[in-house]
Design a protein around this ligand. Structure first.
Ligand SMILES: Nc1ncnc2c1ncn2[C@@H]1O[C@H](COP(=O)(O)OP(=O)(O)OP(=O)(O)O)[C@@H](O)[C@H]1O
Length: 258
């Protein structure tokens, strides 16, 4: 089954003086369990594609299937429903609510569905543990490092068991050591079957994905698998940046299943 499938997707922005053809017919499938990096020069259509995959905007034409849902023909209300329940967003700027604790931030998507019982709270605590924040449950975002805040965002993205995690430059604000930790977490989540689609302009981030899709001028320029060797080499380079003691705790926390 595909987590998502796009066919001949186009997006035009109609301005007063001109029409910008941001996507000009892009097709690819993302099978469940895949890990895709979307790359391309500035203006190539990455954000536009991300907005469509995230149901934040509708295509001008083409087909967009998320699981079995055909998103391209949905109403705004249906789109909002899919967006909040079936897509796990991770942004460069974390987008956490400052007044809420770690557990409460993870719980936010459930809050909108009125799911606030002990079972849901337990799930959020498990997810916090899953991303290595078991000793930070009551902290607020200001009391956390950037990497820890991004872990909260990743845990929050998983709370609805999404079709896929959609990450937009998720490590863009982080130093190289913290980037390595977050990428190790993505590796672990993907090895457990989570589908990840990420936009990045950094080669060392894209090298960790199973596949690199490149856009150029609104078209698919290339769609290539990353060899297992190059992924392993990239992961090993990343691991070297993480102190051994932190690696241990990372691995321990990663054993707790979501
Ligand atoms: N809301 C909009 N209205 C009009 N044109 C837009 C809009 N959003 C994007 N565009 C145009 O569509 C094209 C693709 O933009 P997009 O933001 O998707 O590129 P990108 O690859 O994400 O670029 P960057 O790496 O700089 O963020 C560009 O020419 C851009 O100017």
């Amino acid at each position: 089954m595909n987590a998502c499938s796009i066919r001949d997707l186009t997006k035009e922005y109609v301005l007063k003086s001109e029409t910008v053809r941001a996507l000009r017919g892009v097709s690819f499938d993302v099978p469940e369990g895949d890990y895709v990096a979307i790359m391309g020069p500035s203006g190539s259509g990455k954000s536009t594609l991300l907005n469509l995959l995230g149901c934040l905007d509708l295509p001008s034409s083409g087909e967009l299937l998320l699981g079995t849902d055909n998103v391209a023909t949905m109403t705004d209300d249906q789109l909002a429903e899919i967006r909040s329940r079936r897509i796990g967003f991770v942004f460069q700027s974390y987008n956490l609510i400052q007044q809420l604790t770690v557990v409460e931030n993870i719980q936010v998507p459930l809050y909108y569905q009125g799911k606030l019982g002990p079972k849901e709270r337990k799930r959020c605590i498990d997810l916090a543990q899953r991303v290595g924040l078991e000793d930070r449950l009551g902290h607020r975002p200001m009391q956390l490092s950037g990497g820890q805040q991004q872990r909260v965002a990743i845990a929050r993205s998983l709370v609805n068991d999404p079709y896929f995690i959609l990450a937009d430059e998720a490590t863009g604000n982080l130093d190289s050591k913290t980037t390595a930790e977050i990428l190790a977490l993505f590796d672990q989540l993907n090895s457990e079957g989570r589908t990840i689609i990420m936009v990045t302009h950094e080669d060392e981030v894209a090298e960790r994905a199973k596949r690199i899709v490149r856009l150029r001028d609104g078209l698919l320029q290339s769609d290539e698998q990353n060899s297992m060797e190059s992924r392993k080499e990239a992961a090993a380079r990343g691991l070297e940046l993480i102190p051994p003691e932190a690696r241990g705790s990372l691995n321990d926390s990663l054993e707790v299943k979501a």
